[in-house]
Design a protein around this ligand. Sequence first.
Ligand code: HEM
Ligand SMILES: *[C@@H]1O[C@H](CO)[C@@H](O)[C@H](O)[C@H]1NC(C)=O
Ligand SMILES: *[C@@H]1O[C@H](CO)[C@@H](O)[C@H](O)[C@H]1NC(C)=O
Length: 322
Amino acid sequence: MVTAAIFRAAATVMLLVLSFSACQAQLSSTFYGDTCPNALGTIRTSIRSAIARERRMAASLIRLHFHDCFVQGCDASILLDNSPSITSEKFVTQNNNSVRGFEVIDEAKSAVENVCPGVVSCADILAVAARDASEYVGGPSWTVKLGRKDSTTASASLASRDLPRFADGLQRLIDLFESKGLSERDMVALSGSHTIGQAQCVTFRDRIYSNGSDIDAGFASTRRRNCPATFPNGNGNLAPLDLVTPNSFDNNYFRNLLQKKGLLQSDQVLFSGGSTDSIVNDYSRNPSTFRSDFASAMIKMGDIEPLTGSAGIIRRICSRVN
Ligand code: HEM
Ligand SMILES: *[C@@H]1O[C@H](CO)[C@@H](O)[C@H](O)[C@H]1NC(C)=O
Ligand SMILES: *[C@@H]1O[C@H](CO)[C@@H](O)[C@H](O)[C@H]1NC(C)=O
């Protein structure tokens, strides 16, 4: 009797969960198939020409999608400028003078507006741009799910709360990603995008001058040459996040971590005697595992709290609400 009652209760809960998720429109890779069949090709052409002009842009675009998705979901909130009704996310510590690629997204958006006005969201353009960027620099490709709408709001306070920081410890990073539905394995795979791109001296100064046992001494001394000890001297000087192959998407990031040559503290904590060591080990030995895990994790990240159906809008210009 008791078992039957429990079974009935469980079945009811299951039904509720199912019917609730059925109400929410799902993202789908064919979302623009009828309404804008050339959307993906148009975005791709635009993104590829931007990366051909400046290769680092590939890294910047992948990061932009990440910083969008972690703040009230993948809703292009990061693209909104300050206005009487908006406090932009662009100026919080983790973003200020650091996230880039806005003009590239604007260009892709106007190219798409030319072929199908008012149809394709800025949030979807960010997701497609990240995939095109990875593919262009030799990283994995994947099928992007589409159908996100754009927000009419931004949140500097959520951006400040939810975006990771370079000095964060392992548990903090694990908790943050978990709060977005991403596992430790997703977190390590996604951090592997630090195989491309650059960081500013202000983000790794403390680490390279720490004289600790957690950093390779030769690596620290090389990095000190272009990153003066005293704040704010040289704060904006750049160093590659992957010292070996900064322009190609490979698994050298993980091999560097094994040698204590992670540039940021948040990189090295992934291989520092904690629960993620084994994942770093795995990716350092198996590039193809890293590639397929990275692609899956990017799809998962792109699924964070999208606005779908009648929620949200299609912005005509990505930096402001229509
Ligand atoms: C795990 C927590 C993470 C922390 C603490 C972190 C922090 C940072 C920092 C401090 C920089 C340098 C920014 C600057 O100096 O201006 C950076 C760059 C970058 N990050 Fe992360 N990041 C994390 C995870 C991720 C994830 C999940 C992705 C993508 C999926 C990502 C992609 C990138 C890329 C591609 C760059 C280079 C950007 C460029 O050159 O413009 N990061 N990150
Ligand atoms: C962002 O950076 C600029 C310098 O480029 C600085 O003037 C401004 O105070 C910073 N904003 C915040 C909110 O820290
Ligand atoms: C690390 O060592 C260098 C020179 O060996 C010294 O100048 C610096 O102050 C030391 N830093 C710390 C944090 O102890």
